[in-house]
Design a protein around this ligand. Structure first.
Ligand code: DI6
Ligand code: FE
Length: 401
């Protein structure tokens, strides 16, 4: 099946020109891939296609990529939100046995069908804004069986929806109550689960929450070593609430990304630059936890560390289901430019997942693209609470509207 899309304002995000913009552009979808991208006036003559779409001057971008979510869980933490508004701290609630542990209890009590129904509804909400690739972490099961169950639910989301899912094993998200006072034993258990998860095809990457309410750098290193022994790439929840030196450690393991990074040090930035690690910024969590310390965006920019953006969707620190809102927040709160924000949710998000075949509009890339009710790509970061997504192609197939 070949589809020709004509008369679009293309933001290809390919190359170094602003937005990779092509005015009055065209592209040819051939099967699951882009065959040709360029100016409409330069379309090769005599091209035979099965279908033609006139974009009428509308904006077309790569499909959006949400590269950090915790989509599989049951229950909510709205009561905890109220407590925090009355002055309780996020870390205090976690230390008192609420927080992530409350979601773990609700998740363990939910059936596979319930977990799938909840996760797929969240995925659909993200897809409605043009998300074509989604990362989903485990981390609310915290036993061998429960973690595998959550990863299997994440895989099922990709089987049943027109969407790509990359799974990340985050057994080292919090210490489950069964292991109180025995964090090192729990880390040994997490490491022991990984080979079976990998053998079952359930895991594309491995993550750890390295922080005072999470795990130490030494514990993080043990999980990373177990991942490396299996040939799995790593990423890290790093320097979210404090500077643990997590980014330096993750970079030493060639991490795909370090995520959050409000407390990132100059040494962390230098290590990430050398390792080619993406800085994955999560403005939803910064906003919802009412953080005041900003990630060092200017220093990351100067160092040339690629910056990505994601929702971090989770019930405790970022119950957001809008990647477009994160573009807006990244600009207003973190001072990214609208172009940096869009690159952060496309080409740099792909890099944060280790995917080189998507995130730009270029010949040979996957045909994941969105047609927007907008004329210029900066509009995507400008409005909020508004969804201009009109048509989506995933792997060359248009989603039902
Ligand atoms: N950092 C976060 O922001 C989420 N996980 C993490 O390691 C929060 C998860 C939660 O509060 O449920
Ligand atoms: Fe997270």
């Amino acid at each position: 099946m070949r589809t020709l899309l004509r008369h679009a304002e293309l933001a290809t995000l390919s190359g170094a020109t602003p937005w990779g913009a092509i005015a009055d552009g065209a592209l040819m979808i051939d099967g699951a891939q882009l065959r040709w991208v360029g100016r409409d006036a330069e379309l090769p003559t005599g091209t035979v296609v099965d279908a033609e779409v006139d974009a009428g001057g509308a904006l077309v971008t790569p499909g959006l990529i949400d590269a950090h979510t915790h989509l599989v869980y049951a229950g909510d933490r709205a009561a905890e939100f109220e407590l925090r508004l009355q002055g309780a701290g996020y870390a205090d609630i976690a230390r008192a046995g609420g927080g992530i542990r409350a979601t773990v209890a609700a998740t363990r009590a939910a059936s596979d069908a319930e977990l799938f129904s909840l996760a797929s509804a969240r995925a659909r909400a993200l897809m409605a804004e043009g998300v074509t690739t989604l990362e989903i972490k485990s981390g609310y099961g915290l036993t061998g069986h429960e973690e595998a169950r959550c990863l299997a639910v994440a895989r099922r989301v990709a089987h049943e929806l027109p969407l790509d899912v990359r799974t990340t094993s985050l057994g080292a998200h919090a210490l489950p109550p069964e292991f109180d006072g025995r964090a090192d034993d729990y880390i040994a258990a997490v490491c022991a689960w990984l080979p079976a998860q990998a053998a079952a095809g359930l895991v594309d990457a491995v993550d750890v929450f390295c922080d005072t309410i999470g795990f130490t750098p030494a514990q993080t290193r043990r999980v990373f070593e177990a991942a490396r022994a299996l040939g799995l790439p790593v990423k890290l929840h790093a320097e979210q609430l404090s500077d643990q030196g997590g980014a330096v450690l993750a970079a030493a393991f060639g991490a795909l990304s370090c995520d959050h990074l409000e407390h990132l040090s100059a040494a962390g930035i230098a290590a990430m630059r050398r390792a080619g690690t993406v800085a994955l910024l999560l403005p939803g969590a910064f906003y919802f936890l009412r953080e005041t310390r900003l990630p060092p965006v200017e220093a990351l920019r100067e160092a040339g560390v690629p910056m990505a953006l994601a929702t971090d969707h989770n019930p405790g620190s970022s119950p957001a289901l809008s990647l477009l809102l994160m573009l807006n927040m990244a600009c207003t709160l973190f001072r990214l430019t609208p172009e940096e924000a869009l690159r952060g949710a496309t080409v740099h998000a792909a890099q944060a997942l280790g995917l080189a075949d998507r995130g730009t509009l270029a010949a040979g890339q996957r045909a994941d693209l969105v047609l927007w009710d907008a004329a210029h790509p900066r509009e995507l970061a400008y409005r909020f609470g508004h969804n201009p997504c009109r048509r989506v192609w995933h792997a060359g197939v248009e989603r039902p509207r």
